[in-house]
Design a protein around this ligand. Structure first.
Ligand code: C5P
Length: 154
């Protein structure tokens, strides 16, 4: 009687694992200061080199989205931010990775350093009217309406 049960159990574990991987979240940080949004330009991998994105990356196991966004800003920008609200809806990343991009508005904590391009080619503060003209990664581009609304709200 044990073997069929074991099979069922394994099947359930597999199902959970695939659900989990479908929900893998990549967080992006929308940092606005003086009415401008911070964007960074990738230099790797080759297919993404030169394209612009919000700072961010994968949420690691055991980490909350807010913790992930704070860590990514520390690693990529060398600065301290606080996570605020979520922006827009999740955008599935292309390429069958099963990951989705989820953007959180963030603010730099008082006294924290100015952001630096520690892992990217360049950083740029972008105004609302310039947003559409940048060559964004596809997922980030789909969030431009929400980003424009964030810029005009404050
Ligand atoms: O930066 P990292 O390699 O951890 O990102 C994981 C994936 O999320 C990559 O495929 C990257 O292109 C994508 N990404 C994105 N937009 C962002 C940040 C990451 O599409 N703002």
């Amino acid at each position: 009687w044990l073997l069929p049960r074991l099979d069922g159990y394994l099947e359930a574990v597999r199902e959970l694992a695939s659900k989990w991987s479908m929900r893998q979240i990549v967080v992006g940080a929308a940092l606005v200061e003086d009415g401008m949004l911070l964007a960074q330009q990738r230099h790797y991998p080759a297919v993404h080199a030169g394209r612009w994105e919000l700072p961010g990356g994968r949420v690691e196991p055991g980490e909350s989205e807010s913790e992930a966004v704070v860590r990514e800003c520390r690693e990529e920008l060398g600065t301290e931010v606080r996570a605020l609200e979520r922006l827009g809806t999740d955008v599935p990343l292309l390429g069958g990775s099963g990951m989705s991009l989820r953007v959180l508005a963030v603010c730099r904590v008082a006294g924290a350093r100015l952001p630096l391009p520690l892992e990217h080619r360049a950083l740029r503060w972008v105004g609302g009217s310039e947003l559409a003209g940048l060559p964004w990664l596809e997922a980030d581009r789909l969030l431009l309406d929400s980003l424009r609304a964030l810029l005009s709200s404050g």
